[in-house]
Ligand binder design. Structure first.
Ligand code: AMP
Ligand code: MG
Length: 391
């Protein structure tokens, strides 16, 4: 097993640490379900017409039929449809007992004022039968599901006006680096703008997570220790960027040890972004991402996101697509899993884009996916397949 695979199994063993809370359905998008969603009735609840047309006996399609009534959506039929009879029916209305066919208005022809016939003997039956989508008591959505668009519809259809979800951790984002200035500032010689904070905060927002505080701090051991402890008072998770490596001013690993944190991993086993820490003390977690912007993005996507979801009790699996390489890929060292930004086009082929490494965040502007080059693989030829993760 690779280092990365080891970490993924470690993540699967992390506990669910956050409470369950009940929220209104309209606030449920991208929240983590903490209950099983079951059907309180059959769907559809009655035999339902799929078309605007005439409900009748299939065997009577050849002849003229007397029209008994008009059944609109929302009402129940009032007439029993006998042989050579029919009722006009609208989409979504209940089909009268005994009818086994609805022929479309477009396939009908008026013969007299109150009789019609079907002019298309090949008509489909056009009936959605009771319980064909699901039956009362069926499990519709599993606990741990991250609520997305289809789940919003299914929850509403099953009567879940309120749902139980995982409470969200309070997260403080801390960019470290004495060279950093804010985006609105003009860097002096030796300085650069902090681009990691807005990146990480946006990654969290995509997960519908809230940031309690957003700090930018110099590489000063005492200041970092003080802010570390203050931030832990009112946050469940701290996410640092920078300072997690082995430089003289990379203080995060030292502070974690000093404060009694258990370190789960301090290397990811992939490139870019090898140095990264994930640590725990009671129910507080600290994630130390790289300072380099591509590294921190990749680390968040591949490890921080699944770890946070695991702590929230979510069953999260990233989307990975097997696709065909449209260029020859080669690298010198194959000692780590490599993550390479690529353009994954509509034709399902992976195209190369210029990429200079972990600091080159601009490369991600034209990237649509991250390609995974497995550990031990140094050459992949054009036409061979490889996994990509859509961005
Ligand atoms: P570090 O992980 O602190 O050694 O930083 C690695 C590289 O990333 C250095 O070139 C830093 O200047 C750069 N860097 C660190 N933090 C940020 C940030 N917040 N935004 C942009 N670049 C950063
Ligand atoms: Mg630094």
């Amino acid at each position: 097993m690779s280092k990365f695979d080891d970490i993924l199994s470690l993540i699967k063993q992390l506990p669910e640490v956050y409470a369950t809370e009940e929220i209104a359905l309209e606030d449920a998008y991208n929240r983590v379900l903490r209950e099983e969603v079951r059907a309180d009735m059959n769907m559809p609840p009655f035999h339902k017409s799929a078309m605007d047309g005439y409900a009748c006996h299939f065997e009577d399609l050849g002849g003229e039929m007397e029209v008994l009534e008009v059944i609109h959506a929302g009402m129940m039929p009032t007439q029993t449809v006998g042989r050579n009879q029919c009722s006009k029916i609208m989409t979504g209305a209940a089909v009268p007992d005994g009818c086994d066919c609805v022929f479309k208005v477009e396939d009908s022809e008026e013969v007299t004022k109150n009789t019609v016939r079907c002019i298309n003997p090949r008509t489909a039956r056009n009936i959605c039968y009771t319980g064909e989508d699901y039956r009362q008591g069926d499990v519709l959505i599993k606990e741990g599901t991250i609520v997305s668009v289809p789940q919003m519809a299914v929850l509403a259809g099953a009567g879940y006006a309120n749902i139980k979800v995982s409470a969200r951790p309070g997260i403080t984002v801390i960019a470290t680096g004495s060279e950093l200035v804010k985006p609105h500032e003009k860097p002096e010689p030796g300085q650069i703008r902090n681009s990691n904070s807005s990146q990480v905060i946006t990654q969290l927002r995509k997960m519908n997570l809230e940031v309690v505080e957003n700090l930018q701090l110099k590489d000063d051991y005492d200041l970092l220790t003080q802010k570390f402890n203050e931030a832990l008072e009112n946050s469940d998770i701290l996410i640092f960027t920078g300072g997690a490596s082995v430089g003289d001013f990379d203080f995060i690993p030292e502070i974690l040890k000093e404060q009694g944190f258990k370190i789960y991993w301090d290397r990811t086993g992939f490139k870019p972004g090898n140095p990264m820490t994930f640590s725990q003390n009671g129910n507080k977690f600290v994630i130390g991402l790289s300072g380099n912007p591509v590294s921190s993005l990749v680390q968040f996507e591949l490890l921080a996101k699944p770890a946070i979801y695991q702590l929230m009790g979510a069953k999260y699996t990233p989307t990975r697509i097997m696709a065909t390489l449209n260029f020859d890929y080669q690298r010198k060292k194959a000692d780590r899993l490599a993550i390479v930004p690529v353009f994954f086009g509509n034709e399902g082929r992976i195209e190369e884009i210029p990429f200079h490494g972990s600091a080159h965040i601009n490369a991600l502007i034209s990237a649509t996916a991250l390609m995974e080059i497995p550990l031990g693989v140094s050459t992949i030829n054009k036409g061979e397949t490889v996994y990509v993760r859509p961005l």
